[in-house]
Design a protein around this ligand. Structure first.
Ligand SMILES: Cc1ncc(COP(=O)(O)O)c(C=O)c1O
Length: 357
């Protein structure tokens, strides 16, 4: 039995997308592929509100997150860490042999503009990384305010993971001055995993061009040279790019504003529902994510049993990530999800909860 996915990625994939993935193959050094590539990247630019370069990488997000470090971190990086994925990005930065400091926040708290300003004002850093939407804790940091602070530090590369937020709300990459904005597609885009999209500002490309040891597979300069021909350095995941093409049709048919509103309404709906059932939100209400709700298990429910029983009824939720596994649970509300989908899940949870008491 297929379990309907309410985990924060991969999420449920629409049948039209699965069908698009079955499109017959073309060679990637052909006119047909270049047309597909050009159409997809130009619409992604529209969605990201940027005219910077936008590249397609055949990899999960962490491939490009590592690539960004190798291409863009020179003297020292400030890694802002407020959950499992941002902690891991710091570890990746060190594993790439770069000098870096983790600027830490308690889990459940956002990255703050004040902390960014304080760290960068030391003059120690030529680059920073942050995660807009920490999927492990369900916290969305105030990116616009942080972007305003970043304008005071034009020499510092602004590298942002929007893995679980891009397309669910407006993220104007160019206006925010983000030098490299990186996201996988298995979350708010509701595509199967394996494709990662990333932008590169002129400043980022200049920095990369002078960087030693940036490798090959995620070399921003190789990506730029191939982008001139609407292509990629290595063979791309063409089936997924067909899927992205189809999903962009669907996203623009829905309308960006309507999509953002749908995500905002779903987030309110889920938060209100969990609170009405006697649970508390893990983050403060003001910084709750628009794409998933991380809930504190204040009722002491056996979450492993809840997950198992939901699985038997055809639903998959997540019982917490990393050090908050078992004490929190996460429900995703992103991609193509509707209120009707959530109602199905909620009815099942209501049925199961008394069995666990
Ligand atoms: C915010 C964030 N960044 C990075 C990742 C890692 O992505 P991937 O597993 O595609 O490398 C995830 C995965 O859940 C994530 O949620």
């Amino acid at each position: 039995m297929h379990k309907k996915l309410f985990i924060p990625g991969p999420v449920e994939v629409h049948p039209d997308i699965l069908a698009a993935m079955a499109t017959p193959m073309v060679g990637h050094r052909t006119k047909e592929y270049a047309e597909l590539h050009g159409r997809v990247t130009s619409r992604l630019k529209q969605l990201m509100f940027t005219d910077d370069r936008v590249f397609l990488a055949t990899s999960s997000a962490f491939g490009v997150m590592e690539g960004a470090i190798r291409n863009l971190v020179g003297s020292r990086c400030a890694n802002f860490c407020n959950g499992a994925f941002s902690d891991k990005w710091h570890d990746v930065t060190l594993r790439c042999g770069k000098q870096a400091d983790a600027i830490r926040f308690d889990w459940g708290k956002p990255v703050t503009p004040e902390a960014v300003e304080r760290a960068l004002a030391t003059g120690k850093y030529d680059s920073m990384t942050m995660i807009h939407n920490e999927t492990s804790t369900g916290v969305m940091s105030p990116l616009a305010e942080i972007a305003d602070v970043m304008k005071k530090f034009p020499e510092v590369m602004f590298i942002v993971d929007t893995v679980s937020s891009m397309s669910a709300l407006k993220i104007p990459v160019k206006e925010m001055g983000i030098d490299s904005c990186i996201f996988g597609v298995q979350k708010a885009f509701a595509l199967p995993p394996g494709l990662t999209v990333f932008s590169a500002s002129e400043k980022a490309l200049q920095r990369a061009a002078g960087m030693e040891g940036r490798g090959y597979y995620f070399d921003y300069i190789e990506f730029a040279a191939n982008d001139d021909k609407d292509n990629t350095p290595s063979t791309p995941c063409i089936s997924q790019i067909y899927a992205m093409d189809k999903q962009l049709d669907r996203i623009f048919a829905e309308g960006l504003e309507t999509r953002w509103t749908r995500h905002r309404n779903l987030a309110d709906y889920v938060r209100n529902w969990v609170m009405s059932r006697g649970f508390e939100l893990f983050p403060a209400a003001a910084v709750c994510s628009q794409t998933l709700t991380c809930t504190r298990n204040t009722r002491g429910v056996d979450l492993a049993a809840l997950k198992k029983k939901l699985g038997e009824r055809g639903f998959a939720i997540d019982d917490g990530y990393g050090k908050i596994k078992g004490t929190t649970f996460r429900i995703a509300h992103m991609g193509d999800m509707t209120r009707g989908d959530l109602d199905g899940l909620f009815s099942a949870i209501i049925e199961i909860l008394p069995e666990l008491a």
